[in-house]
Design a protein around this ligand. Structure first.
Ligand code: HEC
Length: 763
């Protein structure tokens, strides 16, 4: 069902425009002490180690830790690839490595166990120190390892799809840093899953860092129809996430030395036809005008994600109001985890005044686990940090952030002199307080709704406690409730949102869907119709209008008004032709009207757009089953269940296909799942009873049939089956009254008649 789960916006690292800052590494380095002694220190009593040389010892170290940035065209200001380079920079290398200014790495060691830690060990530090103090001996240059190559080929080989910006962007020679949002439409005709991505801006050295955002409804392009090819300046990026509950789930963050982003096994992210990628790029003027272009290389996998992580954000932007001169301004925020999660990564974010950034978890037993601690924040060195091993946190854990800001003149990063009052916002002179976590739900009970909905609910309640009238938050909270099947609560929250924003087409549509879920189809229809009227101002092909029509069409199909349904769905398709779900729902309308061949065509067109479209797979599977093609039916229904593991209908249909092939244990497994999903469905219990009976589990079969009849006392077949079981058990009187009950409901029930006759003749 399309319109139930939904979410909007919340970009990663919601934007910032930074002024050019000139952190003073040399000043910092100068504080590290006097020039080193000319002699290498030797431990008393140990044999002097052989003298380190560049060829044997230093080159491998620099290649491993430095040259990813320090190569021609890289993010570092000079190359360190050759012996001559290393010798030339030796005095500075000594200072910056002893002070740990290089390689850049902000997290305190021991507070979060991260992968790819860019930190020299004490041994590596002292190796460099001994080599430099010994006068930078070269060693046998011919025996040196070959330098790594940083060429212009794609790191992972030719991508499956390369997107290129339409028009190069000209970066002015000077002035403040520039933030630009470069828009990449995609030419896809079917849904793809991205397992890896490489971002290639040219020239790389003008780019400080970049984020890739997925614009699910191409909203940024739509908002700038005339000149989107030039990119959109600034950072007011409130991006529409569309109608699926498809929260941001991956850190798509890039810095000059970042390798291609490869997602963990089984965790690709999804890219649909019609989605845009937006490269939110931070550029540094270089003194001359630069022509900037960018490419994004995408690598696909055919497999949809097996695990779905989610990005969660703690923040306290609402409290950021930092007086000038205040060197110790603190904000804190907490979210309590409603479910068990594995934390995969963390991305702390503040601007220039941030000094001390702490993130930690307080477990239900009181234990404190550090997520990250940065004691000397520097926006220019911001990064995403991934944990070496996922960090398991049980439900009830409190996530904490505590950020400390320094708005005094003593803060070397302070962009304003003298300091001024600073509040939250997107400009460089504003502040932010974000701690993003990538979390993966763990220990999810089988057959439960997407566990991320509970995280979303907790997060939105946290946001609402800070800003009670925030539209997006209210809308997302309602959607999270609806997605968990809590329609009554969702309706209340949607109505609250509508009070603030009456006539919002999308909220009306979503309210309609919750009313429908709550069993109020007439009310639902009213809201869909209102949404259509409200949305017509934005044009027929606006996402809101297409959704309202889709929902209206689907409601007609569900209530068996197939012709009306067909009409709405065709109108929705005329406006939004590439929507797989609208296609397959049209197929369902046609099937309902008995137009099988046309229906099959639409189902296949839906599957061409999205091979995992549930409605198409389910209906084609059901048709195959009707045509006694058990093998085909089984394949399709199994695929349908992969797309929607919690569909009772699909479990039932597949159980019947399996039962007909006498694969009773398999059928039973699906029926038991169906019963756990919808415990009050009489059909499930009655089928369960039949399969149990066929397996000889009479006692359980009997109680399941009784349960079915409690739920629906008007089922003639059910009474007849109950009678048969009673008769076999020798309970003649009870059997007789069961058969009579069946006949009362359906006087011409042939089997009940025959059974009754047989009962009379044997007694
Ligand atoms: C992530 C990229 C990156 C890595 C890795 C890196 N550097 Fe740098 N390095 C820079 C940048 C960028 C600068 C310019 C100053 C700044 O912006 O922090 C710099 C500056 C320097 C400087 C000049 C400092 C000054 O006094 O101005 C030296 C020396 C240096 N790096 C040495 C190293 C060494 C040695 C390593 C490896 C142990 C290394 N760097 C690893 C990016 C990097």
């Amino acid at each position: 069902m399309k319109s139930l789960p939904l979410l909007a916006l919340l970009p990663l690292a919601a934007g910032c425009v930074y002024v050019l800052s000139s952190p003073a590494p040399s000043a910092q380095a100068a504080a590290t002490g006097p020039a080193p002694a000319a002699q290498a220190a030797q431990q008393p009593g140990t044999r002097p180690a052989p003298q380190e040389t560049w060829s044997r010892d230093v080159a491998p170290l620099l290649y491993a830790h430095c040259t990813t940035c320090h190569h021609p065209g890289g993010g570092g200001p000079f190359s360190l690839l050759t012996y001559a380079d290393a010798r030339r920079w030796a005095p500075q290398i000594l200072i910056v490595t002893q002070s740990r200014f290089m390689p850049p790495w902000l997290p305190e060691s021991g507070y979060g166990d991260f992968a790819d830690v860019r930190r020299l060990s004490a041994d590596e530090q002292s190796l460099l120190k001994r080599w430099i103090n010994a006068g930078t001996p070269a060693g046998d240059l011919k025996a040196a390892p070959p330098p790594p190559r940083y060429d212009s080929t794609w790191q992972l080989g030719p991508p499956d799809l390369v997107l290129t910006i339409q028009r190069p962007f000209t970066l002015p020679p000077g002035g403040t840093d520039v933030f630009r949002n470069l828009i990449f439409p995609n030419p896809l005709k079917a849904i793809r899953y991205v397992r890896a991505m490489e971002i290639r801006p040219t020239p790389a050295w003008v780019v400080h860092h970049a984020n890739v955002l997925v614009d699910r409804t191409a909203s940024l392009r739509a908002a700038h129809p005339a000149d989107w090819q030039d990119g959109v300046p600034g950072m007011e990026l409130l991006m529409d996430a569309g109608n699926r509950f498809d929260p941001d789930s991956h850190f798509l963050f890039w810095k000059p030395d970042t390798p291609a982003l490869v997602e963990p096994e089984g965790m690709p992210w999804r890219l649909d036809p019609g989605n845009d990628l937006v490269l939110n790029i931070h550029l540094k003027p270089t003194g001359k005008a630069e022509t900037v272009t960018a490419q994004i290389g995408l690598y696909f996998t055919p497999d949809p994600p097996g695990h779905q992580p989610m990005l969660l954000q703690l923040d306290r932007d609402d409290l950021l109001d930092i007086p000038p001169g205040d060197a110790n301004f603190v904000v804190e925020n907490q979210i309590t985890l409603p479910i068990d999660v594995d934390v995969l990564g963390v991305y702390p974010h503040a601007h220039y005044l941030g000094r001390d950034l702490e993130g930690w978890a307080t477990l239900p037993n009181g234990e404190k686990k550090w997520l990250v601690w940065i004691k000397d924040w520097d926006i220019n060195r911001q990064s995403v940090y991934r944990y070496r091993e996922p960090l398991r946190l049980p439900a009830g854990t409190v996530l904490n952030m505590k950020f400390t800001y320094d708005n005094s003149a003593a803060n070397p990063h302070n962009p304003t002199s003298p300091p001024v009052r600073v509040t939250a916002g997107n400009r460089s002179t504003d502040e932010m307080s974000h701690l993003w976590l990538q979390v993966l739900p763990a220990n999810t009970p089988p057959n439960s709704p997407d566990p991320r909905l509970q995280l979303e609910e907790a997060w939105m309640r946290n946001r609402l406690s800070k800003s009670p009238n925030d539209h997006v938050t209210l809308y997302n909270l309602a959607a999270a409730l609806a997605g968990q099947g809590r329609f009554g609560e969702a309706i209340g929250v949607y109505q609250e949102e509508l009070k603030l924003d009456p006539g919002n087409a999308r909220t009306l549509t979503a309210l309609g869907a919750s009313l429908e879920g709550d069993g109020q189809p007439d009310q639902a229809k009213q809201q869909y119709t209102r949404a259509l009227a409200a949305g017509s101002g934005e044009g027929n092909s606006s996402p809101a209008a297409c959704d309202a029509r889709f929902d209206l069409g689907r409601l007609e199909v569900r209530t068996a008004s197939f012709e009306d349904g067909e009409k709405e769905l065709r109108a929705a398709l005329a406006a939004c032709p590439e929507d797989a779900e609208t296609r397959s729902m049209l197929g369902a309308a046609l099937l309902g009207a008995g137009r099988e061949d046309e229906a099959v065509k639409e189902f296949n067109r839906a599957l061409a757009l999205d091979p995992a479209d549930f409605t198409a797979l389910y209906n084609l599977g059901a048709m195959a089953s009707d045509h006694n093609d058990a093998a085909q039916a089984q394949t399709l229904l199994e695929q349908a269940l992969r797309a929607r593991p919690n569909s009772t209908d699909a479990h039932l249909k597949l159980a019947m296909v399996l039962a007909r092939q006498n694969r009773l244990p398999d059928a039973l497994a699906h029926l038991r799942t169906a019963a756990s999903l919808t415990p009050d469905d009489p059909q499930v219990h009655s089928l369960l009873s039949q399969v149990l009976d066929a397996q000889g589990q009479s006692e359980e079969a009997f109680s399941e049939q009784k349960r079915a009849l409690e739920l629906d006392a008007n089922d003639a077949d059910g009474w007849n089956n109950l009678g048969a079981m009673l008769a076999r058990g020798g309970q003649t009187a009870a059997a007789r009254s069961a058969f009579e009950r069946a006949l009362k409901i359906k006087p011409d029930h042939a089997q009940a008649k025959a059974n009754l006759a047989r009962l009379s003749s044997t007694n």
